[in-house]
Design a protein around this ligand. Structure first.
Ligand code: NI
Length: 230
């Protein structure tokens, strides 16, 4: 947390306000021309309480058009209780949102901090100042969603395995190797810390289709499919 002082205003200084304009990097497309009528990845039936918690969490996640999602986050330099609290809050929001990963930039906080939980039985892992040390030549394609892109699911090709160096929220050094969904979610979240979205990793055609899905999701009031957002 660079140049932070305990004045109570340091946190605000790296938080970007919610923008007035929306979707300023959204391409104009022509909706409704392909007969697309149903998003198969709509949320499964959630009980009212789970849904309410999810909606409340998602309301705190910045969406496409917010400049925080295009910003490059800054390295954390101070590992203190404030950082621990930030990580706890991120883990709780991710869980409530039924996501599998969350980057600080998605909450408008420009810290290089991410949390993820790729598999149900895993604990929440926090990576602070993560560095991709190595990525396999072998690539894998799979569908990804994003809590900041409601209704969007696109196939993204990424290295199948990665090695990452980071610190945990207490400052301890970590080095981990990951594959499968864990490798994917880590790369997705590191992308967020560099202002990169999954829309940047797909073809123009896929991007157009994704924007259409996002508009429809907004109209239908299904802000996010359950369980696969990051
Ligand atoms: Ni995301």
């Amino acid at each position: 947390m660079a140049s932070e002082e305990h004045t109570g205003t340091a946190e605000e200084s790296i938080e970007l306000p919610t923008p007035v304009s929306e979707e300023d990097d959204v391409e104009v497309t022509h909706p409704g021309t392909d007969g697309h009528d149903h998003d198969e990845s709509e949320p499964e039936e959630l009980d009212a309480e789970t849904r309410a918690r999810r909606d409340a969490a998602l309301a705190q996640v910045r969406k496409l058009g917010d400049p925080a999602l295009r910003a490059t986050a800054l390295p954390v330099e101070r590992f203190d209780e404030e950082l621990a609290a930030e990580v706890r809050r991120m883990g709780e929001l991710m869980g409530d949102a039924l996501g599998i990963g969350l980057a600080a930039t998605q909450l408008g906080v420009l810290h290089r901090v991410l949390v993820y939980k790729a598999y149900v039985d895993d604990p929440v892992t926090a990576l602070v100042n993560p560095q991709l040390e190595w990525a396999s030549d072998e690539l894998e394609a799979a569908m990804e969603g994003c809590l900041s892109l409601p209704g969007v699911h696109v196939e993204v090709e990424r290295p199948a395995r990665v090695r990452v160096r980071a610190r945990d929220e207490s400052g301890a050094e970590l080095e981990l190797e990951a594959e499968g969904l864990e490798a994917r979610v880590i790369q997705h979240e590191i992308d967020h810390l560099d202002g990169t979205l999954i829309l940047d990793r797909v073809s123009r055609e896929q991007r157009k289709e994704a924007m259409r899905a996002m508009r429809e999701a907004n109209l239908e009031g299904h802000p996010q499919a359950a369980g696969d957002g990051a």
